[in-house]
Design a protein. Structure first.
Length: 402
């Protein structure tokens, strides 16, 4: 019961926060968008009671609403062309590979992601609505950070994870919220909340999520024309990075992480070998897991001071890197097109100076960097932030975002 305490107690608190949002905002569409993000933080990885099933039901309900809107309007927003193009590559890859259970599950999963993602973008009508959703995500992240701190105080887990089943994704949600809180929270509370959120990320042991506050400081520096402020922001960023690394609280200096890093190197080599054998369309979407055992003996084991990492003794592993996954499962054409897309997105953000949203670049770049050490393409949550710069661009291009 002790291990489930956080998972049981905090979801109702997230729902109360959503209730407050509903009282303050009368748009049904925004309420539904906010409900999705509540579901992500409260239920998506929560296996207590029926919370996980609630998340699935919420997604199915959103899918139903999306199909109804398609029938009524007979169109979707231009932003949906990107995941639709990705779907085409998925279909091509599956047409040349066995459609096994792993492929079926991942294909269905992406279809759900596509529908939910399209609904989210269709439901946010203007810039004011987007700001309200971003602020709400920040509030959810603050509450999630508090849940982790409570978990740490009670000694329930060596790496805090809140209502998530994985400390890295717990830290990811807080990392996104960190930038939002910095931008939208009042100065009286801002720095206290940022300290609590940073502490939660550190206690989670997630190295990738620490990129979010660092990227935020980096963005403020390059956007700052005032040399005095540039120096201050630069000094603050340097002090933050130094304190974090010297504290010993992160896993950067932990020898146990060498095994995790070695595994990722091995998985990268396996992904490359799969790509060499299947350069055009890959091994099929979702099938890296299926093919892993056929390639696990094709790479050398890595000998460490505290053990040996031997892939041949493992089975059904994932890439822990979305770009490697795309390369291995969809082929080189899809891989290089994704690289071009990411470069164009970075240039779009820089050219338009983040469209006036100071949290846009750190949220996008942080999500991208996180995807380089995790598999992050199975949720509409991650796709939302990866595509958000283009959504804002198209809305303003067609004079809709007012």
């Amino acid at each position: 019961m002790g291990e489930q305490f956080i998972n049981i107690i905090f979801p109702p608190l997230f729902l109360l926060l959503w209730g407050k949002f509903c009282i303050e905002n009368h748009s049904t569409n925004l309420r539904l968008v906010a409900l999705f993000f509540v579901s992500v933080v409260s239920f998506s990885q929560n296996f207590a009671f029926v919370y996980r099933e609630i998340h699935q039901l919420i997604q199915l309900f959103i899918l139903f609403l999306f199909f109804i809107s398609i029938i009524n309007n007979k169109r979707i927003k231009k932003i949906s062309k990107y995941p639709l193009c990705f779907l085409v590559f998925i279909l091509v890859s599956l047409s040349t590979s066995p459609f096994d259970s792993d492929a079926k599950i991942q294909f269905i999963n992406f279809c759900v992601v596509l529908g939910v993602l399209s609904f989210l973008f269709n439901s946010i009508k203007n810039e004011k609505g987007l700001e309200k959703i971003l602020k709400f995500i920040g509030e959810l992240a603050v509450l999630s950070a508090f849940s982790g701190i409570v978990e740490y105080i009670l000694g329930l887990s060596p790496r805090i994870e809140g209502t998530f089943a994985n400390p890295n994704y717990f830290a990811l949600f807080i990392g996104v919220g960190w930038s939002v809180v910095y931008c939208y929270c009042s100065n009286k509370l801002k720095y206290l909340l940022l300290i609590i959120m940073t502490l939660a990320i550190i206690l989670s042991g997630s190295r990738a999520a620490l990129a979010f506050p660092i990227l935020f400081m980096f963005w403020r520096i390059i956007m700052q024309k005032n040399k005095r402020k540039t120096f201050l922001y630069g000094s603050a960023a340097f002090c933050f990075i130094t304190i974090v690394f010297l504290s010993g609280a992160t896993r950067f200096s932990n020898p146990d992480v060498s095994g995790s890093d070695a595994e990722r190197i091995i998985f990268a080599k396996i992904a490359i070998n799969m790509t060499i054998d299947n350069p055009l369309s890959g091994v099929g979407w979702g099938r890296f897991i299926s093919e892993f055992s056929n390639y696990s003996s094709s790479v050398d084991k890595i000998i460490l001071d505290n053990g040996v990492i031997d892939a041949s003794k493992q089975d059904r592993r994932v890439t822990h890197n979305d770009l490697l996954r795309i390369m291995a499962e969809l082929g080189l054409i899809a891989f290089f097109l994704v690289l071009i897309f990411l470069w164009k997105t970075a240039m779009l953000i820089y050219k338009h100076k983040g469209f006036g949203f100071n949290c846009l670049f750190p949220c996008w770049a942080g999500m991208l960097l996180f995807s380089l050490s995790h598999n992050n393409l199975n949720t509409a949550y991650s796709w939302f932030f990866l595509l958000l710069p283009w959504y804002v661009f198209y809305q303003r291009k067609y004079n809709v975002f007012k």
